[in-house]
Design a protein around this ligand. Structure first.
Ligand SMILES: C[S@@+](CC[C@H](N)C(=O)[O-])C[C@H]1O[C@@H](n2cnc3c(N)ncnc32)[C@H](O)[C@@H]1O
Length: 256
């Protein structure tokens, strides 16, 4: 049974957008300050479902050490983590790399709109490409349009019952290869047991699984059993102060 996410309204996110726009002069082209404003706002309400500073520090650390050319993000929401990743990418000496980019995906029209405005306020539209639609419906188009053959860093942070189906899609599209890193949020709260089991299992188990369990998000793209992963879990507080975990998974071999 898929985990059912709570029905989300947009009141808090519209509120935070208005709050940021009311400080437009101070915040324009200042992504660090925008994240701080969002964190401060959230420390009062605890209502926003951004990755937040606690778990965000692992995201920063991984970007710093991997130095990815491209980053894919499933679940833009209000653009908080896209901005956090973009700040780290800009800090890297990527001057020799012409177009490092974050391709982020959001299927909720209001969140898509809010994130577009916040990314624009941050002055990061040239680095963050916002894609509107359900990951499984639009990813092939995004990959083709941008001539992408491999994902360097994938941040999985959309609804939890899409984690495994969409991982199977990117595997089948040949986008995960040796040294790709997949960073998944909310591993303990609410938890994503099917995803965790999959990334930890043997090629034999995955082959059987992929042939016998249909992919809910694609009839055709069922996953690749020969990708070998190594995963570490890091724990930190979420925005409510509860301990959650992120799974950092490196593809260490490709037997396909
Ligand atoms: C937890 S929030 C993302 C938080 C964001 N990464 C951050 O840390 O600031 C999850 C978002 O994923 C979006 N979403 C869920 N399933 C999706 C899907 N299949 N395709 C695109 N967006 C999706 C939701 O609308 C929501 O805005």
């Amino acid at each position: 049974m898929p985990v059912v996410e709570r029905e989300k309204t947009h009141d808090d996110e519209l509120d935070v957008l208005n709050h940021l726009l009311s400080k437009r002069e101070k915040l324009q082209n200042n992504p660090e300050l925008i994240l701080k404003e969002i964190d401060d706002y959230n420390s009062k309400t605890g209502k926003l479902i951004t990755i937040g500073p606690g778990k965000g520090k692992f995201l920063k650390r991984e970007i710093k050490s991997l130095k990815p050319t491209n980053v894919f993000e499933f679940g833009t929401y209000i653009g908080y983590s896209s901005i956090l990743i973009a700040i780290e990418l800009v800090k890297l000496d990527n001057s020799q790399i012409e177009d490092f980019k974050i391709y982020t995906f959001e299927f909720d029209p209001i969140f898509y709109n809010i994130s577009s405005k916040i990314v624009k306020l941050a002055g990061l539209e040239h680095i963050i490409e916002l894609n509107y639609g359900k990951v499984s419906n639009i990813i092939e188009g995004v990959v083709d349009n941008n001539k992408i053959s491999q994902i360097d860093f994938l941040f999985v942070d959309h609804w939890k019952y899409h984690y495994l189906p969409d991982l199977r899609i990117v595997e089948s599209l040949g986008l995960i290869s040796q040294n790709s890193v997949i960073f998944a949020d909310n591993i303990l709260r609410p938890g994503v047991p099917d995803y965790l089991e999959y990334i930890r299992q043997s090629p034999e188990w995955k082959q059987k699984h992929n042939l016998s369990v249909p992919n809910e998000n694609s009839e055709r793209l069922i996953g690749r059993y020969g990708l070998i992963y190594e995963t570490t879990i890091e724990k930190a507080a979420n925005n409510k102060g509860d301990i959650d975990g992120v799974a950092i998974t490196k593809c260490i071999d490709n037997l396909n």
